[in-house]
Design a protein. Sequence first.
Length: 323
Amino acid sequence: MLISLAFAIPIVIVYGKILNNHPNKDIFQILEYLFGKIVGKIIGFLYTFYFFHLGAICIRNITEFIQLSSFPDTPQYVTTFFIGALAIYVLKSGMEVIARVNKFVFPLLIFIIAITLIMAIPKVDTNNLLPLLENGWLSILKASFSNFSFPFGETVIFLSILNSVKEKKKSSKIYLKGLFIGSLILLSVAIRNILILGFPILSSSTFPSYDAVTLIDIGNFIRGLEIIVSIVITIAGFIKVSICLLASCIGTARLFNFPDYKGVSAPLGLLMMSVSFILYSSTMHMIEWIKIYKYYAFPFQVILPIFILIVTKLKKQKTPSNN
């Protein structure tokens, strides 16, 4: 986790500098400004596809989690429709609604994590941390690469949204602040899961955080805790789906020169739901995809942003009067 954080810091600084150098522009407008309409729209289409695909992946992951943890007999299309329809409604209501939902969920998430950390103390086994470096540094670097691509690298999606921030020059600070807070949360959760489950169970678990909570046994209260954790995970996933759909709608609106992204939210949302059904043939297929996701996402998360920043700097040197 710490290695992936070290790798993420310079990358999110790149994201912030891109926004700082192009105030009031989202990633799609920046691409057209730097590379022209044709090339800019081609790269913009690729980013739109990535954000759309990521949203479909999130929907499928959430519905898999709900089915495995809470409603095994409920067809996935029911939960898929519910999550997708709610995301469409939120988007049509505006970005502010997503921000308000997140503002409500974040303190609840912190509270739940803190409670589970405290309640997990009787179940903690420090031997689960041993042996260190059992599989060598190479396995740690591979895991760090995966942890970077999900979730740190996925913050590239905010290049399509953060142009609406009032204080434009603070984009890098916003990115870094979010990165450090998120890293602290993820590190706490990861340590809790390792101490409770151990590496053998952890490596084979589809949803380790949920599995770790189910092992915490303090009277009859634990059942209520499992339900709360499931709800928080589902809401957090829903927020991510909404952000992915928002970025996809903004990208589509830029590609086809639509005046407003809200008009495409319903058709794109329905399409995202449909795609989520055909992504995986099973839960095991989903796990296999997670293993190769980092290679698929790397160009969008690292290569293209660095290239965009380089072109931005070169263009500023050639046309200083315009900047």
